[in-house]
Write a new protein. Structure first.
Length: 128
């Protein structure tokens, strides 16, 4: 059994993105977006559920915008263009579940630039 006190684990991670667990059909990832930062506009071919642990931000999904904060949950269906921006003075911290997995098992990206480079180079591919 894998078990986490997920809000605590997410808040203790300084990394932009850290894959905590990868299963056959889903993947658990924690993210920390620095003040003024963003995930970056993207489209996945997988479903994604994001839960916000701390901080404040803005969710943009298929052109719709909503403010997000601790306790909020946003669902992004496969094929939907989306971005999440930190609009506060503190890190925007969240955990997300992808179904099926979206990133390499065990991937850790300390910064957005590192995450982008890994994706562009093909080093951040989900398990086959």
């Amino acid at each position: 059994m894998d078990h986490w006190t997920i809000a605590t684990v997410a808040e203790q991670s300084p990394d932009f993105r850290r894959v905590l667990w990868t299963g056959e059909h889903t993947q658990l990832v924690i993210m920390t977006i620095p003040p003024g930062g963003e995930i970056g506009e993207e489209v996945h071919e997988v479903d994604q559920v994001l839960t916000f642990v701390s901080g404040t931000g803005k969710a943009v999904v298929s052109g719709q915008e909503r403010n997000v904060a601790q306790g909020d949950l946003v669902v992004v269906g496969a094929g939907k263009k989306h971005n999440f921006l930190n609009t506060g003075e503190n890190p925007l911290i969240l955990y997300t579940v992808y179904g099926p997995p979206e990133h390499a098992d065990g991937a850790v990206h300390h910064t957005k630039a590192e995450a982008d480079a890994a994706e562009e180079s093909g080093q951040d591919e989900p398990p086959a």
